[in-house]
Write a protein of this length. Sequence first.
Length: 75
Amino acid sequence: MDHDDNTPFDDVDFAPVEAEMERLPLLTLGEAHGLLRTLLAVAEQEGETAEEAGRWAKEIAARIPSAECCSNAAL
């Protein structure tokens, strides 16, 4: 997959949202851990996207509590 910073948003498939609901302005802790797991999986691949995913994984990991810290919380 080629990285294109000029991708029009009309061509991007965003997650569906119920019409009555608004998205939270921040990720929940569970969403952040899910995103981190996805980024780490992509980072294990080769290529430019993997490098960027690794960088973002480090950023996310530095900003959220570890999963072990929150093992009693619903992730």
